[in-house]
Design a protein around this ligand. Sequence first.
Ligand code: PEP
Ligand code: MG
Length: 921
Amino acid sequence: MASTRARGKTAPARKTKAARTKYVYFFGKGKAEGHRGLRDLLGGKGANLAEMTNAGLPVPPGFTISTDACRRFYEEGRRVSSAIDAEMVEQLRRLERATGAAFGSSTHPLLVSVRSGAKFSMPGMMDTILNLGLNDVTVETLKARTSNGRFACDSYRRFIQMFGNVVLDVPKDAFEHELEAVRAARGVATDPELDEAALRDVIARYKKVVRARSRRTFPQDPLEQLRLSRDAVFRSWQNPRAREYRRIYEIPDDIGTAVNVQLMVFGNTGDRSGTGVGFTRNPATGAREFYGEFLINAQGEDVVAGIRTPKQIAELETVMPKAYRRLRQITSRLERHYRDVQDFEFTIQDEELYMLQTRNGKRTGYAAVIIATDMVAERLVRPKDAVLMVEPEALSQLLAPIFDPKEWQRLPIATRGLPASPGAASGQVVFTADEAVEWTRQGKAVLLVRKETVPDDIHGMFVAQGILTATGGMTSHAAVVGRQMGKPSVVGAGALRIDERAKTVRAGDATLREGDWLSFDGLTGEVKTGRVATRPSEILQVTSGELKPEKSAIYQRFNQLLSWSDKVRTLGIRANADQPDQAAMAYRFGARGIGLCRTEHMFFGEGRIPIVQRMILADNEADRRAALAELLPMQREDFRGVFEAMHGSPVTIRTIDPPLHEFLPKREDLMVEIARMEATGQSGRALEAKKTLLARVEELHEFNPMLGHRGVRLGISYPEITEMQARAIMEAACQVVKAGGRAVPEIMIPLVGDVRELRDQKAVVVRVAEAVMKEYKVKVKYLVGTMIEVPRGALTADEIAKEADFFSFGTNDLTQLVYGFSRDDIGKFLGAYQDKRILDRDPFASLDVTGVGQLVEIGTVKGRSAKPKLKVGVCGEHGGDPSSIAFFARVGLDYVSCSPFRVPVARLAAAQAALKQRALD
Ligand code: PEP
Ligand code: MG
């Protein structure tokens, strides 16, 4: 996944002797001006084409117009300066010399492809034009040179279609309509059945379409075609789907795309030609097998677009053994060279193999773990390289649920497709991306079912539980994007009969309508009608003890990768857990400590709420203490369980945080109930109790509870609550220690902004703790610290540190208070902020390093200036977010704490942060 928050640093612009910035880079004849290190400047595709050229591989020559040129294009009002244009023409002449062909030549015309290529791959999001250079003259020359009029005319009509659509904005349908009309007139069903005469008819119709729709004639001058196409590719950087893709994958908007202009090689000259794509290993399962698909007599786009269902690459060995052997040899060499799985594109023209692209292959989380560990075993990479090969987020795919096999087997298979991306998906069928988004917004789980997906579907694919298509292969758009998103996907389920207009799909004997339930397994490709319950993944089965580790190969790899991670990371990993079972799960996932136990969550346990309410309703200290005394044993039991689950790792327990009215019924509900009781003639104690409750609820009502009577302020108003909690914690710890176990309590006071608040509460805690230890006649090492989640706390951290044994940044509240965005209401405007690019990401999910991060840094530095050994961690949601983790590692925090299920992700992210930091130092 191209997810990187590190903003693409632009390589310094190359200077020539005359100190002129170079914008166009040539590659060809075994030598290129670029190399793989110039991805910033040449984009991934351009940099790898240069690298392959330098390695002597068969790459058609061409040149790359840099991303610098794209940025200047936008700076200068969407136009290319004459200087850059002149440089392009200069390189074009060089290409002509290298190939012996010339633009517009009636003897040997130069034909090129024009393709986008940004630093991060954005499959299908931007535009491509093939066969450029064809016109009414060169099409005849192409016919003469190849003795193949059908091929020449087919290439020309494809060019007009692509150019018309991409450059002149003529809708695809307009061309499709003409093609259909010609097919109908000739009585044929498919395009390959159209002969030369029919294609000449198509060309004439296409030109008319262009004239009618764009009010200009189709340009005959190849240089004009090239300039217009280059600009269109630059423009496609800002098309809505590319922008949406960048938003999802956090690719910066301002890095721009390069444009690659490359000599055309043709996979559609006949049966000795073809085109394909592939991977050096299976990107869905990670298996070490040569993997891919090809089509005979076709152009590149046919494979990816999923229009024709391609053949397995192994068949190429029988059809064209020489080209196949060469392809195997080249791609293995590429894998060794890049030390990673390669995703490649090739074309065979008259049995001659050409490489058109290679890049590190995107893969499922499952495959990523298998490949990384395999490559270490093969001694292709070292363990620390393997740690860097897996996206931390990919690990969460391995924890995703699978179907309960018994339930799954009970249903008959409706149909099968290709298993493009593993995972169990069950949801209600929708047929468009917009519906997927709308239904999801209504809280429904949906499956996006399409004949084939197109890049415009990206928003729907993103929200769906899974993606199911009727056409296309394992490298079709749906498959590639589904895998990348870690979304269960089954593609090319050819037996599905989808009627997108009528909103129905026939799967086997059943006809499903929009909203009906469907399920599929992305690992096997099986599709079934109905809803199927899911069950925990294999990794979870092992962690919960249901399955033995030696029975699960994937668990062993997962564990291996994480133990390599643990060796290099500097950050400790803790979990946010409130209950013993959560703590136990976190421990099994590798958390070594609890960073936040929110004690108030325990108040919601069975039978506890009435006691908590009694405590809140008490109008005198004695009654409050009586209620607290009832809560004490319950809290103590919970704490004991958490200590035991952590086997002596530290446990940070926070005193009560939310405002008290959160534990009482809602004011409106009470009013309705009282009215109902009165209307039905009820009176007496029950009614009076309700009225008292309502009065207290009204008393506790706050205009802005998030800024109200919560956190340390509650402890200051009602010290007996802090006393009870401190006692429960220390009694639990003493009991564990007395029983021969280990317990390391860290008592944490929330929402402190002034050192005097902490001093007040610390005095209570210390007094109680000392008393409890005396009573139990046992010594327990305990700490008293604070959360830093109020800006003033961070700014005065040096003062606070004098009283605190540790800090834990509460970045949820800190973000809320630094931005002034309510945690609970940001949903109302976040979408608009993201659409307008005011915010790239939800700051509550990924730390705002520039603003909130500053306070984290200030708080840490100031705190440690007063107490050099101060322990500092973070327990806001950001503790489980890989890019935030990289920041916390940089600032030098001691640990991050996140939800139990994020622990594996955090272990890997922390290791990557350490390795990247080391590389920088
Ligand atoms: C925080 O504010 O970051 C935090 C962890 O506390 P809570 O989410 O409970 O307010
Ligand atoms: Mg908080």
